[in-house]
Design a protein around this ligand. Structure first.
Ligand code: ZN
Length: 442
């Protein structure tokens, strides 16, 4: 359902003033005291700063994003009104998804000035609303995902114009319903933002005869999916991006690697797309960065995961299923995805790839142990979707626990991030040196 219809308030039309207006305003309507040329010159000199100011103001207006200034929820047992206070009118697209029950609100890129609820899982249960998350879904598009406590229909969704001391407001009215009725409303917009594949971010196109190896670095989570959240409010998506960019810097500095990153800003990338970015870039190695959280706050240290259909233990299985829910958290309709990476069978090629992944993991762990805390039994196996490229050796690194205060401090520090990146970069060197020497030996 598409709401809106109000004129976009961001458009600023600059009428070109008729030159005669200036002449008449300045008493220059007739060729009088000075020549026409001189008059034009003087007017231009007077206008120059004015034009500059107008251009500056327009540029400023273009930079200032519309914002959400507050969230208000009016909850009744069977109906809930969800209101966003907006700085200006926006176009909104609303749809629902099942399993779990969600309402997805797509909007242009917005600044969230309404507290924590929009970033993480801090939004508390109110009426039919379990919680909500806000974030960039892709370049130019923000998304709000409202998790429902039970099935509910969207009775109306619209933007209200300013009145009675209120600015623009987005209003979503929810009414409790049964599963069968909800399922009838589930409908993904035909040309939703997911239709456009996100652009892979590559440092430089690899030239012919380029001997550099290509390493893909995947910063876990992002945008509307914050990942794990620490007690001090650190988001996993921030930690993973910071380490990813530091690792990219260190690998590129060596001159030996062409580096691809799956994201370089706070944006959501679906799991399958992360895998595809690595494959399209012909990556020789794929490194996915994450940080975990666990109920026992004393547990700390890093863990390295490689792909296996049978998880090495219950904890690894639970973690993989948690990480694999990233698309659901971001409000991606899994049913609409045409290519399922999960369907790729483990064939001979993948088995060889898995052996290389294990080889990299066995070099990575001692390298990380030299600079940081690792968990006992630090190499584990599970069915992470992001590790399923059949032809790219891949590892997933849980760099530590955001539920542990020491790990959180380390992951939040520049020194910690530099050390983790250096340990990974060292093992990347070790891995390719081994391969190159194997190739050159008779
Ligand atoms: Zn994660």
């Amino acid at each position: 359902m598409k709401t809106g219809g109000y004129p976009h308030s961001g458009d600023l039309v600059l009428a070109k003033p008729h030159r005669d207006d200036y002449f008449s305003r300045m008493g220059l309507s007739e060729q009088g005291l000075m020549g026409r040329r001189e008059a034009v010159r003087r007017v231009c000199a007077l206008l120059a700063p004015l034009v500059f100011m107008v251009v500056f103001a327009v540029a400023g207006a273009a930079l200032a994003q519309p914002s959400v200034t507050a969230v208000r929820i009016g909850a009744h047992p069977e109906s809930t009104r969800f209101v966003l206070d907006l700085s200006e009118n926006i176009q909104v697209n609303v749809f629902t998804l099942a399993d779990p029950y969600r309402v997805i609100i797509d909007m242009p890129a917005l600044e969230w000035k309404a507290g924590d609820g929009g970033q993480g899982e801090a939004g508390e249960t109110q009426g039919l609303v379990e919680r909500y998350r806000f974030g960039l879904f892709q370049q130019g598009n923000a998304r709000l995902v409202v998790d429902l406590r039970k099935p509910a229909t969207v009775r109306q969704a619209f933007v209200l114009p300013p009145e009675a001391g209120h600015g623009y407001r987005f209003v979503l009215d929810l009414q409790a319903t049964d599963r069968a009725s909800f399922m009838k409303t589930v409908q993904v917009p035909p040309a939703g933002p997911t239709a456009q594949p996100p652009a892979a971010v590559q440092s430089a196109p690899q030239k012919r005869g380029d001997s550099r190896r290509t390493v893909a670095i995947d910063a876990g989570h992002g945008g509307v999916d914050p990942g794990t959240i620490s007690v001090d409010g650190t988001y996993e998506k921030q930690v993973t991006l910071a380490v990813a960019l530091e690792l990219k810097r260190q690998l590129e500095r060596s001159g030996r690697y062409n580096v691809i990153v799956t994201r370089q800003s706070d944006i959501f990338i679906p799991l399958g797309e992360r895998v595809e970015i690595g494959r399209r870039g012909k990556a020789d190695l794929f490194i996915s960065l994450h940080a975990d959280a666990i109920a026992n706050k004393d547990i700390r240290g890093g863990t390295v995961y490689t792909l296996s259909e049978t998880a090495s233990d219950k904890e690894a299985a639970a973690l993989a299923s948690k990480e694999n829910k990233a698309d659901i958290i971001a409000g991606v309709d899994l049913g609409a995805q045409t290519r399922e990476v999960t369907d790729i069978l483990i064939d001979l090629m993948q088995r060889e790839t898995m052996n290389y992944s294990i080889e990299f993991a066995t070099l990575l762990i001692p390298s990380m142990e030299r600079s940081m805390q690792m968990r006992a039994n630090s190499h584990r196996f599970a069915g992470f979707r992001v590790l399923k490229a059949p032809d790219v050796p891949s590892v997933l690194i849980e760099m530590g626990y955001l539920s542990n205060s020491q790990d959180t401090r380390y992951l939040n520090s520049d020194q910690g991030r530099r050390e983790i990146a250096a340990a990974i970069a060292q093992s990347v060197d070790d891995y390719f040196q081994r391969h190159d020497s194997r190739l050159s030996s008779p």
